[in-house]
Design a protein around this ligand. Structure first.
Ligand SMILES: C[S@@+](CC[C@H](N)C(=O)[O-])C[C@H]1O[C@@H](n2cnc3c(N)ncnc32)[C@H](O)[C@@H]1O
Length: 586
């Protein structure tokens, strides 16, 4: 799994870039552009002329806006496929209504339905897979997404943006709680909220829910992802198993990436002096710099002094890192992201018997240099990896996640008990002997599972991670693993494992696998595939493609989906890791 968006506590590098601006209004903190009106003394003819001109300008702006929206959508479709909310909208408005909107053209599909600041009273019908409450607008042809509210609640919300067939709004207040009777299966428990920033930070979504409820919601997100994105006959998809829980539900996050922007006063001064050196005396020490995460419903950064899902060690180091940014702000050209990685001080400092819920049980330190090594241990396997490269961010759940993958490989590589000795022997022959770990990072799956196989090969695009994967094999005395730097699909040209005896683990970034990879995977035709992913939607899409095999119509179906389940690597957030096991058909 990974965490870009999975890095829910991490804001996007530039929060302004994430949310399209509405109209041509001023950005936060900037003065509005002045509209001068018609020239003094102009007559009625001139007025009519200028209003025609204004209308033409407006039409041009609208055409431009629609063009940009369409381009944005094409980019998203090409990168990660349809947005999950599109399926909610389809179900909430009904296929007929959606068809009629689409038939009316882009102006309706990407309508600026509500102007910014419009307040609406809404009844929340369901949760989106991103944890927002979804309600139908009174017109019945539009959906509104509101964070921090639950099905059955009547809320007042303020619109801040319009997207395709839906608007986004901030929660203003809960007007009426969900009825006790329980058409509201998800119970609000505000007393559980631990973080003082919960109502204003975009990082977590579910602190007001019991942990069991969070796990059930995530199970449903996985179920829906496979139902909507795999494009398979529902009979081919087994029901989603219960979500693997995280032993720590707070203080678990071993990587934090708070962000900052250059404050408005500094940008303004730089503009005024137009690149001339700004006297350092201009920057007083008390320039207010927010260092934190994206503000919920805003474009700016929310100043965060502590994060309740980060480890105690990271929270201990955060004040000093924030202070460094504040003191050095004048030396930054642009905003940036600060890296804090929690690293074991030594491989011996992970003692299971000391596990407590505040995360302080591990003797750890914080690493901020991207190139420096970070130490982790999963059961008995030790890992050193570069702080700036990928490593799973919740160490408490890794033994369960790895344990589940191990159990699945053993289960499906072991001969089925049978009286027929010949069949048993042939099954035994098929038992997995070789492991391909595609997108292997610094070797998490390869090295933790190497004892199950005769030979293991990992491939990974980051040279740095590969260097560490090789060192990690040595560190653990593992001699049957080799690691290659390159594109995931390169591995197929470089290994010659017999398909009947090979298991492939896939753990790609959020965008999933590309077609070249899947084509070559199908050519290798491995016995077993374990697909782990931080984006269950692209995972389901890829699994659909793998199951359908080489023919688009699925006539040559090659694989059966044996199991699908989520793992909760990010409690309190909407993120869920998917684990799907596929076996080649006999
Ligand atoms: C979700 S991480 C998984 C890493 C590893 N399996 C783990 O659990 O630590 C995805 C990894 O894929 C790598 N990656 C991204 N694109 C790749 C590509 N085209 N080919 C190979 N590796 C790629 C990233 O550098 C990252 O380490």
């Amino acid at each position: 799994m990974s965490t870009t968006a999975r890095a829910s506590a991490s804001p996007p590098p530039n929060p302004e870039a994430k949310r399209p601006r509405l109209g041509n209004g001023p950005r936060n903190g900037e003065s509005p552009k002045r509209f001068n009106g018609p020239a003094a003394g102009a007559g009625a003819g001139a007025e009519a002329g200028s209003s025609a001109k204004a209308a033409k300008m407006e039409a041009k702006r609208t055409a431009h806006r629609l063009k940009m929206k369409r381009k944005d959508r094409e980019r998203t479709l090409a990168k990660t496929g349809e947005e999950p909310i599109a399926y909610d909208i389809l179900e909430m408005l009904g296929a007929e209504k959606v068809q009629s909107i689409l038939a009316a053209g882009a102006a309706k599909e990407f309508e600026d339905k509500f102007s910014k600041g419009t307040e609406l009273e809404l009844v929340i019908e369901r949760l989106s897979s991103h944890g927002d409450g979804l309600a139908k607008a009174a017109s019945g042809d539009w959906v509104v997404a509101v964070p921090r509210c639950l099905p059955g609640e009547t809320v007042r919300a303020k619109v801040f943006g319009n997207e395709r067939l839906h608007s986004k709004a901030d929660l203003v207040e809960i007007v009426k709680p969900a009825a006790e009777s329980s058409s509201a299966p998800i119970k609000r428990q505000d007393e559980l909220v631990r973080c003082k920033y919960f109502s204003s930070c975009s990082g977590c979504q579910y602190q007001m829910l019991s942990y069991d409820t969070q796990l059930a919601i995530k199970q449903n997100v996985v179920r829906r992802a496979f139902a909507n994105f795999a494009k398979l006959d529902p009979l081919l998809i087994p029901d989603t198993l219960p979500t693997i829980p995280s032993p720590l539900q707070y203080s678990y996050r071993t990587k934090l990436t708070p962000h900052f922007e250059i404050p408005f006063e500094i940008r303004q001064e730089r503009r005024r002096t137009r690149g001339k050196e700004t006297p350092t005396s201009f920057f007083s020490d008390d320039v207010d710099v927010a260092v934190g995460f994206g503000r919920l419903g805003g474009k700016d950064v929310l100043d965060i002094e502590e994060c309740s899902i980060a480890t105690a060690t990271i929270n201990g180091a955060l004040p000093a890192e924030r202070q460094k940014v504040k003191c050095a702000i004048k030396s930054y050209k642009n905003g940036a992201t600060v890296l804090l990685r929690d690293s074991l001080r030594s491989f011996e400092s992970l003692a299971e018997d000391k596990t407590t819920e505040n995360g302080a049980q591990y003797d750890t330190e914080v690493v901020t240099n991207h190139k420096a090594g970070v130490k982790e241990r999963v059961n008995d396997t030790k890992f050193d990896s570069p702080a700036g490269a990928f490593f799973q961010n919740n160490r408490s759940i890794l033994p369960s996640l790895l344990g589940y993958v191990r159990e699945q490989i053993i289960l499906h590589s072991t001969p089925t008990p049978t009286a027929d000795t010949a069949a048993a022997e042939s099954d035994q022959e098929k038992a997995s002997r070789y492991l391909v770990d595609a997108y292997c990072g610094s070797g998490l799956f390869s090295l933790c599972l190497a004892d199950l196989f005769e030979q293991v090969s990992g491939v990974e695009i980051s040279q740095d991670s590969i260097k560490y994967a090789k060192t990690n094999a040595e560190l653990n005395g593992i001699t049957n693993a080799q690691f290659l730097a390159g594109n995931a699909e390169d591995i197929f040209a470089k290994i010659a494992y017999p398909s009947d005896k090979t298991t492939v683990i896939i753990d790609p970034p959020r965008r999933g696998c590309d077609e070249a990879f899947i084509r070559q995977l199908l050519e290798l035709d491995p016995w077993l595939i374990v697909y782990v992913s931080c984006n269950v939607h692209t995972q389901a899409r890829d699994v659909g493609q793998i199951v359908r095999g080489r023919s688009a119509d699925g006539q040559e179906r090659r694989y059966d989906v044996l199991s699908v389940r989520g793992a909760d690597l990010f409690p309190q957030t909407h993120h869920v890791e998917g684990v799907c096991v596929l076996k080649r058909r006999q």
